[in-house]
Ligand binder design. Structure first.
Ligand code: MG
Ligand code: MG
Length: 261
C-alpha cells in the first residue's frame, strides 16, 4: 500500500481537522459526569462536529463484515478497549473510565484522536493505568521522527507499558492518515527497534496505544464492534495524529483544551 507524503498545505488542513477533534473531545469532557449516557455524548459530538462544518468520519464507517458504524464517536467504558457503541443503556457512574475516540473530516482531510476520561473519582490503580497509557503515547511520539522506523514507536510503547505490568493489545494498531482515515502504514504498539517502514518527513500517522490492566487478550462482542478484555479488567486508549518531521514530530491533535478547562 502506498504511503502518501503530505505537503505543508495538506498538513495545515490536517491540523485544522485535528484541532476540531480536540475541541470536540473537550466539549465531551465538560459533559462527562455520573448519570450521563454514552448516547447523549454521541449527540453532543455529532452536533458539535457538524456545527463546525465537518462530518464525523466514524458514522457509517464499515467494519470487517461490511456493516456501517451506527454512531459518530466510539465510547468505550471500563473493560471495553475500543469501538464501544454509544447507547442509552450505558449510563456513566462514579469510578468509571470512558475512552472517547473521535474522527472528523474537514475540507477533505481527517482528524483522529482519543482520550480516556475519568468519571468522578477513580481508584489509584485505574488512574495509574491512564497515566501510563498516556505517557506511552508520548514516548511513542518521541520516536516518530524522520529516519527512525515504525518498530521504534512500537518498541517504546511496549517496553514502557509491559515494564509497568500492563498488557499491550496487538490485534489493533495505529495507522497512516490523510484523505482517508486509515492509510498505510500500520503503526503497532509493539515491535523492535529499527524494524518496519522507515519514517519520512511529511508522513502523517495516528499513534494509539490500547493498554490493558491485566492480560492483553481481547474478544469482539456480538455487536461486531465492541472489543472487550477477556479477563474483564479495564483498558485505556489515548491517540494523537502527528506529522513526521526531522528532529521532532508535530502533534496535530491536542489534549490542551481537555486538560485546561
Ligand atoms: Mg481514533
Ligand atoms: Mg485511529
Amino acid at each position: 500500500m502506498k504511503i502518501f507524503l503530505k505537503t505543508e498545505d495538506e498538513i495545515d488542513l490536517m491540523r485544522r481537522a485535528n484541532r476540531l477533534v480536540g475541541a470536540t473531545l473537550a466539549e465531551l469532557g465538560r459533559n462527562i459526569k455520573p448519570g450521563v449516557t454514552t448516547l447523549q455524548l454521541d449527540k453532543i459530538a455529532d452536533e458539535f462536529i457538524r456545527d463546525h462544518g465537518a462530518t464525523p468520519t466514524f458514522k457509517n464507517f464499515p467494519n470487517p463484515f461490511g456493516e456501517p458504524y451506527p454512531a459518530s464517536i466510539c465510547t468505550s467504558v471500563n473493560d471495553i478497549v475500543v469501538h464501544g457503541i454509544p447507547s442509552d443503556k450505558v449510563v456513566l457512574k462514579d469510578g468509571d473510565i470512558i475512552s472517547i475516540d473521535c474522527g472528523t473530516l474537514l475540507d477533505g482531510y481527517n482528524g483522529d484522536s482519543c482520550y480516556t476520561f475519568a468519571v468522578g473519582e477513580i481508584s489509584y490503580e485505574v488512574s495509574k493505568l491512564l497515566q501510563v497509557t498516556k505517557k506511552s503515547l508520548y514516548l511513542g511520539i518521541e520516536q516518530a521522527v524522520a529516519g527512525k522506523h515504525v518498530g521504534d514507536i512500537g518498541a517504546a510503547v511496549q517496553k514502557y507499558c509491559e515494564g509497568c505490568g500492563y498488557g499491550v493489545v496487538r490485534e489493533l494498531t495505529g495507522h497512516g492518515i490523510g484523505k482517508e482515515m486509515h492509510e498505510a502504514p500500520q503503526i503497532p504498539n509493539y515491535g523492535s527497534k529499527g524494524n518496519g517502514v522507515m519514517l519520512k518527513a511529511g508522513m502523517c500517522i495516528a499513534i494509539e496505544p490500547m493498554i490493558t490492566m491485566g492480560d492483553r487478550k481481547i474478544w469482539m462482542l456480538p455487536d461486531k464492534w465492541s472489543i472487550i478484555t477477556r479477563d474483564r479488567k479495564p483498558a485505556a486508549h489515548f491517540e494523537h495524529t502527528i506529522a513526521i518531521r526531522k528532529g521532532q514530530a508535530e502533534i496535530l491533535s491536542t489534549f490542551e483544551e481537555i486538560e485546561n478547562h
